[in-house]
Ligand binder design. Structure first.
Ligand code: ADP
Ligand code: ZN
Ligand code: ZN
Length: 666
């Protein structure tokens, strides 16, 4: 009897395709292996996900060839990718395409990396011994290990203040599961920005660690993947896609800094690694540890409800004090500042004192460039990007206006492009201007700036940090790039030039993001014995995100924020699905979006649907964009509902529709 293969294809078509299996291939076609199949006029790669006995249409085409002798996808990864398809609005084939490394298909090697990732070689490290755990750490470890013993799929939220020894708990939990013959996956937000964490893993476990990340060439990536698949690595450390590491004896998953937005993929399949990890922990009956000093609202809510097991680490190692935080009200300070300066007296004095004491200083502003908008004082024109609804930012070093959304460059105008007057004025500030003003105030001090402009060249990231580490550079100015993970004991002062940059972004997560960033960047101060101080400049000194960050009080922040999420009906109280309709013509886009919203409402009059409304960035890269926002309790049902409506929706030519489940921003 002929058997038929059920094949998933990496295209946005939500169905499986059936192919007959020719006699000569019958013993070679296996579930989880790739095959060549005819698809329309061409041949394509497909993934065998099942078999069937009866043909569904009259002339079923045949499989043309088998690529893998042995399956490249385990049964577990097949289940996981199917789940992603159902939860993140993509086809099973698209989900599979994201799970296997690009290098596995024959392709070009050499995708250059912008940030040089330090090569980590186990032989460079002396294997370190575990610390004797403190009481809270010990209790945490016991609970986790007990869960592994019982084969339970539990999620732990490890809420520990910075330097409370979370990483040490991860290391010892991994050690325990290795001794049981099991394996572990450890996710970090971004490999290039967390070298110190990775070094600690390699230093503890040596060759048993595989580090995977997107900056590897496809060939190298494939080798790492193969090493894991062949069981030659027991611990995988990597960014979000490491959650798909092909391990067969998985015993523990850890997500460090679980609140980070980098765990959400912003291309198809738009999965969130935290949710995928939870599903994988269920499939493997193993625990998942989510660690953070500032947990996401979603995770803390689940922990409070008892869905997650909450473990707290409340004491810092060596009982080191958290840095003191001072809030400077920039409205009041206006009088004492000289005309243009962006620094308060308080901050300038603190910098001066720290430098005089021979210490180091970090100055943080989450915006790059020099002047962040340019307008005409006569007619009011603001210079905007030709392709986006975004203001152009002046970059001093390049002497150019640059769009931060599409990278469009243009020369700065001398006269107003509209009224031809000469009253062009530069205002707003970015890191370039911060550096420039500081170099006037402290001309004798060696300074460096770290943002995506200064780290574009390979290796520059490391160079800047090593100069700071050696003490050659005394003051480091930067964006969120310097907020995470850096551990420099000589830094006694962190200055935040403006806490309002993230606070004023029109998004329901802006308070959360502000709280997280302030907590993180503040945590860079006082890691040595001299203690530390954080000075936060703001025009909104009584905002709860800023007040709570100043007091290091996560619970206070959570209690306030959760009220507004509930009132406005945002996560964690509902899930969001964002539908983005875009096209090159504004009216055509709006019209299509209106029709789609009507079709959705007609299908289910009780569904919670908002919009269409122009996206916050209404035009991007030449495309006009309208958002429709769905809210609901059940993601799978929402996806199914959308699939149904879109399936019969007549989309005008030139209109593109993208669906983002659990979007990070609006
Ligand atoms: P976190 O991950 O919460 O920031 P870490 O695990 O990095 O904290 O711990 C901070 C520092 O304290 C590290 O240098 C670590 O080696 C050290 N440390 C952790 N636990 C202990 C312990 N029980 N005894 C002594 N030092 C410890
Ligand atoms: Zn003008
Ligand atoms: Zn642009």
């Amino acid at each position: 009897m002929t058997k038929f293969a059920e094949v998933a294809i990496s295209l946005p078509i939500d169905k499986l395709f059936q192919y007959s299996i020719p006699e000569e291939l019958s013993s070679n076609v296996k579930i989880g292996a790739r095959v060549f199949v005819p698809f329309g006029p061409r041949t394509t790669v497909g993934y065998v996900v099942g078999f069937s006995d009866a043909p569904e249409v009259r002339d079923v085409k045949g499989v043309m060839g088998v690529i893998d002798k042995e399956p490249i996808l385990t049964e577990e990864l097949l289940k996981l990718t199917k789940w992603i398809g159902e939860n993140y609005f993509c086809s099973w084939g698209e989900a599979i395409g994201a799970v296997i490394p690009g290098g596995i298909k024959k392709g070009k090697e050499s995708i250059g990396s912008r940030i040089k990732v330090p090569e980590i070689r186990a032989e460079d490290f002396v294997i370190t011994d575990p610390h004797v755990l403190m009481e809270e750490q010990d209790k945490a470890l016991k609970e986790i290990v007990e869960c592994v013993d019982k084969g339970e799929a539990r999620t732990f939220l490890l809420h520990g203040i910075t330097s409370s020894g979370k990483t040490e708990v991860y290391l010892q939990a991994i050690d325990a599961i290795l001794q049981m013959g099991k394996q572990a996956i450890m996710l970090v937000p971004e490999i290039a920005l967390t070298p110190q964490t990775i070094e600690r893993f390699v230093a503890r476990f040596g060759h048993r660690v595989a580090v995977t990340h997107s900056h590897l060439t496809p060939a190298k990536r494939f080798l790492e993947w193969k090493k894991i698949k062949d069981g030659k690595a027991d611990i995988v450390v990597g960014a979000r896609s490491a959650i798909f590491a092909p391990m067969s004896r998985l015993g523990l998953i850890i997500i460090d800094e679980e609140h980070e937005t980098t765990y959400k993929q912003d291309d198809v399949p738009r999965y969130h690694a935290r949710d995928v990890a939870e599903e994988r922990s269920r499939l493997n009956k193993c625990p998942l540890i989510l660690g953070s000093a500032t947990p996401s609202l979603e995770s803390y809510y689940k922990a409070k409800r008892g869905d997650y097991k909450l473990i707290r680490l409340t004491r810092r190692v060596d009982d080191r004090l958290l840095p003191k935080v001072k809030i400077v009200d920039m409205r009041m300070d206006l009088a004492t500042r000289k005309k243009l300066t962006i620094f308060s007296r308080v901050l300038l004095d603190a910098v001066d004192n720290a430098l005089k004491a021979g210490k180091q200083v970090i100055i943080f502003l989450n915006r790059r460039g020099f002047s962040t908008f340019i307008n005409c004082k006569k007619c009011g024109l603001v210079v905007k990007c030709r392709r986006c609804d975004a203001v152009m930012v002046y970059h001093f070093e390049e002497k150019k206006l640059i769009c931060h959304y599409c990278n469009y460059h243009q020369a700065p105008p001398d006269i107003c492009p509209k009224c031809k007057s000469g009253y062009i004025r530069y205002s707003g500030l970015g890191t370039e201007k911060v550096e420039s003003e500081l170099s006037h105030a402290f001309s004798h001090v060696k300074m460096a700036r770290m943002d995506s402009d200064t780290t574009a060249k390979k290796g520059s990231h490391d160079r800047i940090l090593s100069k700071f580490k050696s003490g050659e550079v005394k003051m480091l100015v930067g964006t969120q790039m310097i907020a995470k993970g850096l551990d420099f004991p000589q830094v006694t002062l962190v200055g935040v030039v403006s806490a309002d940059v993230t606070l004023n972004i029109p998004d329901f997560r802006s308070s959360e993001r502000t709280f997280n960033l302030l907590t993180q960047v503040g945590g860079r101060a006082g890691r040595g014995e001299d203690g530390g101080e954080v000075i936060v400049q703001t025009y909104a000194p009584s905002h709860y995100a800023i007040l709570a960050a100043a007091k290091h009080d996560y619970d206070k922040f959570y209690d306030e924020e959760i009220i507004s999420r509930k009132e406005l009906l945002f996560p964690p109280f509902v899930s969001l699905v964002k539908v983005v309709v875009r096209a090159r013509n504004d009216e055509m886009t709006r019209q299509a979006a209106v029709e789609l919203a009507e079709a959705l409402r007609a299908e289910d009059k009780d569904a919670m649907i908002a919009g269409p409304a122009p996206a916050p960035m209404a035009r991007m890269r030449g495309y006009f964009r309208y958002n429709i926002l769905l809210k609901g309790k059940d993601k799978v049902a929402m996806c199914a509902f959308l699939k149904k409506v879109l399936g019969s929706f007549r989309k005008p030519h030139g209109v593109l529709i993208a669906v983002d489940v659990d979007p990070i921003s609006m």
